[in-house]
Ligand binder design. Structure first.
Ligand code: FES
Ligand code: FES
Length: 174
């Protein structure tokens, strides 16, 4: 949690923010200086988003803003007024894990899980833009995330597995 959030203004003195969070319209209140990461966790209750370094290095806080992966510790809450924000909770809206999450489970691509929400959000965005990545591509994408547990190899395997699986299914949708 940001140190700047330790002393709060009264709600009446804070900014009202309306946004779409994981497909639902939400309203929250923030100070002009509040980070998006603190806002989604502490004001909106989306605690699946983790906060590590708070300066854009570890990637743990990655969310989607208007469908694009973004580090929520590098954005202010006021910047998402009227926008769509998706957090890791949005990957399983009906409590059923999506294919990416299932692949992480299958490949043991997480241990403590601290990095996992951010990595899942980056991977979800990445696979939309790069549906047939190579192992090198995936490793390059993951270079924006720090994981202290897995050694990255199972994460890479999970992402490649999902990409291959989606591409196998592609002709059915053509
Ligand atoms: S907490 Fe945002 S990049 Fe580390
Ligand atoms: S699973 Fe522990 S930091 Fe990545």
């Amino acid at each position: 949690m940001s140190n700047t959030s330790s002393i709060k203004l009264d709600r009446g003195e804070r900014r009202k923010i309306m946004l779409t969070l994981n497909g639902r319209e939400r309203t929250g209140y923030c100070e002009s200086r509040d980070l998006l990461s603190d806002f989604v966790r502490h004001e909106l209750g989306a605690t699946g988003t983790h906060v590590g370094c708070e300066h854009g290095v570890c990637g743990a806080c990655t969310v989607h803003v208007d469908g694009i992966a973004a580090r929520s510790c590098l954005m202010l809450a006021v910047q998402v007024e009227g926008r769509r924000v998706d957090t890791v909770e949005g990957l399983a809206p009906d409590q059923t894990l999506g294919d990416l999450q299932q692949a992480f489970q299958r490949h043991h691509a997480l241990q403590c899980g601290f990095c996992t929400a951010g990595i899942l959000m980056s991977c979800a965005d990445y696979l939309k833009r790069v549906p047939e990545p190579t192992e090198t591509d995936v490793r390059e994408m993951l270079s924006g995330h720090l994981c202290r547990c897995t050694g990255y190899t199972p994460i890479v395997a999970a992402v490649l597995d999902v990409a291959a699986s989606r591409n196998r299914k592609e002709p059915e949708h053509a």
